[in-house]
Design a protein. Structure first.
Length: 406
């Protein structure tokens, strides 16, 4: 037991001595991660002009009221900033729609306004392309809303007429009908009663800036594994046999490497958290971090990252090969987990894969720390991921290094 404890101490000392090298690497990688986060944020939330969304309409109704309402809608600043309306004939609209040059074709039939007055209710024809876009879907929903408004208006007109007729005051029905139409038009053209404003972010509840800080930390920790390669690969086959003779097999070798790397990363990451807390106490920064949430989340992040680093290094025998493999694996995992582009924009297949990646668990823990909360589920998933990586590392050492499982 004493030899085993001494072995764990020596492994921890060997890795902790690398902390100055880790700091130097952290500064360099932070610059790279910061540049990636800045560029990604600009690419995702860049302001784009959506004026290329074109809608063709043919106005066959010669009623002045119809022309006035159509002109008011197509000339609205809010609508024209999104849609470009083109007045054509019904035949030309169909041709443009067939060539996918417009998003929709609208035809207002002759006698439309008079039909509303008489109760015949001529329908406005809206033709959509075979492949619906997001704009087409929105237009369909708005069309349903307009249809409900018209149904309500007509029901109100008929009810008003029946009521005045029943009360034998039908001579006042026309004036009341005009007032009712004015109310319906006011409500129908009032966008505040039709739309609700919701702020939607691709990063969920975490602001974009803080989200990319979390992703930068995840990438930084994984990339820092390159500083451990020489030390973790220094055990030769003969050394492992000597350790086996001393009762130290692959299980203890793998566990000591993971714990020592996790300890070094924890000192670096949690030390940074304490620095932020100190600067916040001195009113230099306005970043609020709870010590308890930071303690548990950083410990789980470092343990999960150490499992990834040690396992990847255990698969290689050379320093160059280890650096290359670790870089490729870390970059691919971070991309699938949404570190470069938020997970919302990734295909469904990659979203399913990301649920099983250690980098995803690390990112969730970092966002929990930013939000000053502790998720037991996220902690347990990170712990399970670390255990699986430990078992894979044991198997790798047993096969490649000639060590024993016991």
């Amino acid at each position: 037991m004493k030899q085993l404890i001494l072995f764990y101490k020596l492994e921890c000392k060997r890795i902790i001595k690398l902390i100055p090298h880790i700091l130097a690497g952290a500064i360099a990688l932070s610059l790279v991660a910061g540049a990636i986060a800045f560029c990604a944020g600009k690419m995702i939330y860049i302001n784009k002009n959506d004026a290329n969304v074109s809608i063709a309409y043919s106005l066959e109704d010669e009623n002045r009221m119809t022309g006035m309402i159509v002109g008011m809608l197509t000339g609205s600043d809010s609508i024209s900033s999104v849609c470009n309306f083109i007045q054509t004939t019904e035949k030309e609209s169909a041709e443009l729609l067939a060539d996918n040059q417009i998003m929709a074709a609208i035809t207002i039939p002759a006698g439309f306004m008079n039909s509303l007055m008489s109760g015949k209710n001529y329908s406005i024809q809206i033709s959509l392309p075979v492949r619906l876009s997001i704009y087409s879907i929105i237009l369909v929903e708005l069309t349903k809303a307009v249809e409900n408004i018209l149904d309500s208006a007509q029901a109100g007109v008929y009810t008003l007429y029946d009521f005045y007729k029943e009360q034998n005051v039908l001579e006042y029905e026309k004036e009341a009908n005009l007032a009712l139409n004015s109310i319906y038009l006011t409500k129908a053209l009032d966008r505040s009663s039709t739309f609700q404003t919701h702020t939607v972010s691709a990063t969920g509840a975490v602001p974009v800036k803080e989200y990319y800080i979390c992703t930068g930390v995840v990438m930084l920790i994984l990339m820092l594994g390159t500083t451990f390669i020489h030390t973790l690969q220094s055990n030769s086959r003969i050394t492992n046999l000597k350790l086996y003779q001393a009762g130290i097999g692959s299980r203890h070798i793998a566990l000591s490497k993971i714990l020592s790397v996790a300890l070094a990363l924890f000192i670096l990451l949690f030390g940074s958290v304490l620095l932020f807390i100190l600067l916040n106490a001195l009113n230099i920064l306005s970043v609020t971090v709870h010590l308890t949430a930071a303690l548990f989340n950083t410990a789980a992040v470092c343990l999960c990252a150490a499992g990834v680093i040690v396992f990847i290094i255990s698969l290689t025998s050379g320093r160059t090969g280890g650096m290359l493999l670790l870089f490729i694996v870390a970059a691919v995992m971070c991309f699938i987990s949404g570190c470069f582009v938020p997970e919302l924009f990734l295909p469904d297949v990659l979203k399913e894969i990301s649920n099983y990646l250690p980098s995803t668990h690390m990112l969730r823990l970092m966002t929990d720390m930013i939000q000053n909360q502790i998720s037991v589920f996220h902690l347990l998933t990170a712990l399970c991921s670390g255990i699986c990586l430990y078992l894979f590392t044991v198997l790798s050492l047993y096969i490649r290094k000639g060590a024993r499982l016991i």
